[in-house]
Design a protein. Structure first.
Length: 179
């Protein structure tokens, strides 16, 4: 379950589902970028004030790339930011340079095919990535979220990489029931 803002912040906090949400999404508003990002920052400040009850993470859409550092500073590890127009612009440039890339992005980002998931599998800690590759019948491991590097994602790590205790595995799966 995810809670999506904008909605009445106080209504969301008062709801019984707020603390059980796996993710909270704060959407940018149309119009003035600075006002939209200021509202997002206020929402993050409010959420961090009640973070003891939060079980999920907060995804914040920003309008201005320059505000990303401030929102991450305020939200800490709970917050992940997306500057949508910046990401879309980069994807458009890539697609212009590689004409068939648009279909690949559609397949990767759409919901009709397989999707990316990141999950921790404690039983795989201490294993080499080459052994992890053959440990799943229905999913494809394709990367590691390395805890010791601040959650940096490494796609296609070396076969000799040893999965550490707090690392997570990035997989491609048909749905989360396959995990």
């Amino acid at each position: 379950m995810a809670i999506v803002f904008p909605q009445s912040f106080y209504e969301a906090v008062a709801s019984s589902t707020f603390n059980d949400a796996r993710a909270i999404v704060v959407l940018a508003e149309d119009g003035n970028a600075d006002q939209s990002d200021a509202r997002a920052l206020r929402t993050v400040l409010s959420l961090t004030g009640v973070k003891e009850g939060l079980k999920g993470h907060i995804v914040v859409e920003l309008s201005d790339l320059d505000n990303e550092v401030l929102v991450k500073l305020v939200g800490g590890d709970l917050v992940h930011t997306v500057v949508a127009h910046d990401v879309i612009g980069r994807l458009m440039i890539q697609c212009a340079r590689q004409p068939r890339l648009a279909q690949i992005w559609e397949d990767i980002l759409g919901f009709e095919n397989c999707e990316f998931y990141i999950k921790r599998w404690p039983q795989l800690h201490g294993m080499h990535f080459e052994d992890i590759l053959i440990s799943f019948p229905d999913v494809i491991p394709c990367g590691i979220k390395v805890a010791s590097c601040g959650g940096k994602i490494i796609l296609s790590p070396e076969d000799s990489y040893v999965l550490q205790e707090d690392d997570e595995i990035l997989v491609i799966a048909e749905d989360d029931d396959s995990l």
